[in-house]
Design a protein around this ligand. Structure first.
Ligand code: UGA
Length: 439
């Protein structure tokens, strides 16, 4: 496994748990030292236990030597980062090709080289060309095996996936079967639980990943627009989501209205899909609209909060519950909290923020002044004019509103994740507003 980042580490630990011997190559010295001690540099429930148990069982090891890891391997996974390239929407493949070259030089015999990183269509084929150029002597295949796991639920998603997608090079006579056989062996435990394993061409597999994330992002932008419409016409977006979601063709999931999607995947992958379509001369208007709706939504949340606070937040103290882009992670990448808090502070608010996991990651991304990091949600609410919910952590749901009401100096609650019921908040004496529901 080349790359001990989020995807590499989760995949390595899960393959090891499946009974496979996995050697992870991590070149960052600090990260490597941490991993070797069985400690986890990321926040992912259950991963620390899985990693330490598999190190102890001798199935999982960490090192920085590509040659040692690659020698004798049946499958070599490339799971290095693909950050967006200087803002042009393209995925930066520098690390992917650097890894492919190192792997090619180190291989000692047949192996299937698998991309786990999210890579643009055509990358698998380009990796094959690179390896062939460097090692014309070598028999190998390339495969694409995109990752669909969600942060915070990664192990469950890996162990009980809706599907596993494996793309192989259908132009290589014979190679496909050999590569498929190795991949089947790796995922054997999933056959027992009858998880669907879908074999496709390389290009289909690469595109499936972008299409899946773009479709999910589109569902969120759709329900967010519906939430605005519900507010205008007096409908309830929860009833609407249930009512449309009961149609199996639509499905109930990913229809929670909120402040817009964030994270390391949807924003990056929607832009990348647009670029892929543009270069291929195809249209991607729905995905473009998805991105525009999401950007506009994040930008408009500040005005919504100001209006809930009587038109201005100047001199007011706002308690912010939750900073990460979603619960169950410490990840702040593209979190809606970033533009929202900047806007509030620019408009004269004082912010008291709390997040159960994201405070360290949040600090460098939020304004340096007029923000206090609190020890818990109750501490944040103490003396605040308004409470603002930005991430739906379960521990916030569990707080009885009566508890913070008496500690606040104001009565405004702006719940952008709909974690409380409007009727009980009104009964508790709050001036409560949420997303897409009658107040
Ligand atoms: C997403 C996909 O769900 C995974 O299948 C995929 O593997 C991953 O990207 C990836 O490409 O690596 P993730 O970014 O961890 O996973 O987070 P999600 O749970 O999908 O949430 C993304 C954003 O959408 C969050 O900001 C969340 O608050 C928002 N969201 C999600 C909504 O606003 N409403 C919903 O109904 C669902």
């Amino acid at each position: 496994m080349i790359g001990g980042g989020y995807v590499g580490l989760v995949s390595a630990a899960c393959f090891a748990e499946f009974g496979t011997e996995v050697a992870v190559v991590e070149t960052h010295p600090g990260r490597l030292a941490t991993l070797r001690k069985g400690e986890i540099p990321i926040y992912e429930p259950g991963l620390d236990k899985l990693v330490s148990e598999n190190i102890e069982a001798g199935r999982l090891s960490f090192g920085n030597d590509v040659a040692a890891a690659v020698a004798g391997a049946d499958a070599i996974f490339i799971a290095v980062g693909t950050p967006p390239r200087n803002g042009d929407g393209h995925a930066d493949l520098t690390y992917v090709f650097a890894a492919a070259e190192q792997v090619a030089r180190a291989m000692t015999g047949y192996a299937v080289i698998v991309t786990k990183s999210t890579v643009p269509v055509g990358t698998g084929r380009r990796i094959a060309e690179t390896v062939r150029r460097l090692r014309p002597d070598l028999a190998f295949d390339v495969a694409s095996n995109p990752e669909f796991l969600r942060e915070g639920n990664a192990i469950g998603d890996f162990m009980k996936p809706d599907r596993v997608v494996i793309g192989t090079d259908t132009d290589q006579p014979g190679g496909t079967e050999r590569a498929q056989e190795i991949m089947r062996r790796l995922y054997r435990p999933l056959y027992v639980i009858e998880a669907p394993i879908l074999f496709t061409s390389l290009e289909s597999s690469e595109l499936i990943k972008y299409a899946a994330n773009s479709f999910l992002a589109m569902k969120i932008s759709f329900i967010n627009e519906m939430a605005d419409l519900c507010e205008r016409v007096g409908a309830d977006v929860h009833e609407l989501a249930r009512g449309i979601g009961m149609d199996h063709r639509i499905g109930r999931k990913f229809l929670h209205a909120g402040p817009g999607y964030g994270g390391s995947c949807f924003p990056k992958d929607t832009l990348a899909l647009m670029r892929i379509a543009q270069e291929a001369g195809a249209s991607s208007r729905l995905v473009e609209a998805t991105v525009q709706v999401n950007d506009a939504r994040k930008a408009s949340m500040g005005a919504r909060i100001m209006s809930a606070c009587g038109g201005s937040v100047r001199g007011k103290t706002i308690a912010v519950f939750g900073l990460t882009f979603k619960p169950g992670t410490d990840d702040m990448r593209d979190a809606p909290s970033i533009p929202i808090i900047h806007r509030l502070i620019e408009n004269g608010a004082l912010v008291r923020a709390f997040d159960p996991a994201g405070m360290t990651a949040a600090r460098p991304l939020l304004p340096k002044h007029d923000i206090t990091y609190c020890t818990d949600a109750i501490d944040a609410a103490t003396g605040a004019n308004a409470v603002l919910v930005l991430t739906e952590w379960n521990e916030f749901r569990a707080i009885s509103p009566d508890r913070h009401r008496d500690l606040m100096t104001g009565k405004v609650v702006v719940d952008l994740r709909n974690i409380w019921e409007p009727s009980s908040m009104a009964r508790a004496g709050f001036d409560y507003s949420s997303v897409g529901r009658p107040e």
